[in-house]
Write a protein that binds this ligand. Structure first.
Ligand SMILES: NC(=O)c1ccc[n+]([C@@H]2O[C@H](COP(=O)([O-])OP(=O)(O)OC[C@H]3O[C@@H](n4cnc5c(N)ncnc54)[C@H](OP(=O)(O)O)[C@@H]3O)[C@@H](O)[C@H]2O)c1
Length: 360
């Protein structure tokens, strides 16, 4: 492979499920990107070579828990994939001259909390940098894909994205239990029930606003509702017990309305433990995007490790992390080239696979 003319220096902020896919993709495929740092949280990851951390050979970069060390690095872009977002951290990164791509938040900055928006924008101005949020959902399926399909629309009446996911197989129980609150009492599950649920609900609301704004829906409100369903039996989920009677199903709906009429909707049918509420709709696993209009269109998306070779469940589950990670990794050059400030999925050019078939 030829050496690229310019190499962008990147920092991985988070080396969890998504961060690992970012790092392995860079090490295996991206000669145009150079890993110059990695911010970890766990003490047992600190001090280790980043390549070794993700199951590859050494790359000569040591992972650190020291934020100041990361901020002092010269880098073009930070791949920001922590479990919980810290706005002060992101502002510090942007102000220090590092662009940021993230799977964690900021899917439609114009509709995010005004104080957060202003702080981030000021940091972008200070550092002459850009921040971009994307991923799978929120991300490509609820941002890029509806807009891409809308290119075939004369008029649109309603856009709906329905996600059906069985999180039983997702091995990051910190996310499913600690963040998403599976295994908690059902009355704790609400759009303001915990800090994370409020945060998560807000990012899906942003995503509804993004589609509504980009497609001239004139939406005047986006609301969130959730129905939490208790487990009938105990379930062991990796390292956690989900006791009977606690939350095993969450049906969320974020709805953008104009004068009371629902125009843009994201619905999730999430379960852990293998029970499925009898009264819920029964779509296929994955994501179903429906655009009602002229013409009406429907697309179903599902990712696997492969449609042809055998793969185990863990590998299939990982495929969604790969997709999430690649949507932001492939956006890095466009984000670096973008004007300072916010770059949404509606602003950036179509993000394509950088590596593709690999025959450059
Ligand atoms: N947009 C999408 O489609 C999409 C899809 C999937 C995930 N996500 C988001 O992407 C991010 C990463 O997801 P993931 O599946 O990679 O999660 P994960 O496997 O749980 O890894 C999360 C990372 O968070 C770090 N962490 C540990 N303690 C933390 C703390 N107190 N505060 C902040 N971070 C902490 C972990 O560091 P150590 O490993 O060093 O402990 C790890 O690197 C999350 O924000 C998730 O919500 C988005």
């Amino acid at each position: 492979m030829d050496e690229p003319d310019t190499r962008h220096r990147v920092i991985a902020w988070g080396t969890g499920a998504v961060g690992t896919e970012l790092l392995t993709a860079i090490i295996d495929h991206r000669r145009d990107l150079e890993i110059v740092g990695a911010r970890v949280y766990s003490a047992d990851k600190a001090g280790r070579d980043v390549g070794a951390l993700v199951g590859r050979g050494p790359v000569g970069v040591t992972a650190t828990t020291d934020v100041d060390e990361i901020l002092a690095l010269a880098a073009d872009c930070v791949l920001y994939t922590p479990r919980n977002t810290d706005i002060d951290e992101v502002c510090a990164l942007l102000a220090s001259g590092k662009n940021v791509v993230t799977t964690a938040f900021l899917f439609h900055p114009n509709r995010t909390n005004a104080d957060v928006r202003e702080r981030l924008l000021q940091a972008c101005r200070t550092g002459d940098t850009t921040v971009h949020g994307a991923g799978l959902n929120p991300g490509n399926l609820s941002g890029v894909l509806p807009l891409a399909l809308s290119g075939m629309s004369r008029t649109i009446d309603k856009v709906t994205l329905q996600e059906r996911a069985d999180w039983t197989v997702y091995d990051s129980t910190s996310i499913t239990f600690d963040n998403m609150a599976f295994g908690r009492p059902v009355d704790e599950i609400s759009p303001t029930g915990t800090d994370f649920l409020a945060f998560n609900s807000a990012i899906f609301s942003e995503q509804v606003w993004l589609i509504a704004d980009a497609l001239h829906a004139g939406v005047d409100e986006v609301t969130a509702t959730v129905e939490a369903v208790p487990a009938e039996n105990d379930h062991q989920i990796f390292d956690r017990l989900l006791p009977a009677g606690t939350t095993a199903g969450q049906r969320w709906t974020w709805t953008g309305r104009r004068h009371g009429e629902a125009l843009v909707e994201i619905e999730t049918l999430w379960t852990v433990g293998g029970e499925y509420p009898r009264h819920w709709p029964k779509p296929r696993h994955g994501w179903t995007l429906t655009i009602e209009g002229d013409p009406s269109m429907q697309a179903h998306f599902f990712s696997l490790a492969s449609f042809t070779r055998d793969a185990d469940m863990a590998e299939h589950v990982r495929s969604a992390n790969v997709a999430t990670a690649m949507q932001v990794l492939n956006a890095v050059p466009s984000v670096i080239a973008a004007p300072a400030g916010f770059a949404t999925m509606a602003d950036l050019p179509l993000i394509r696979s950088h590596t593709g078939f690999g025959n450059r």
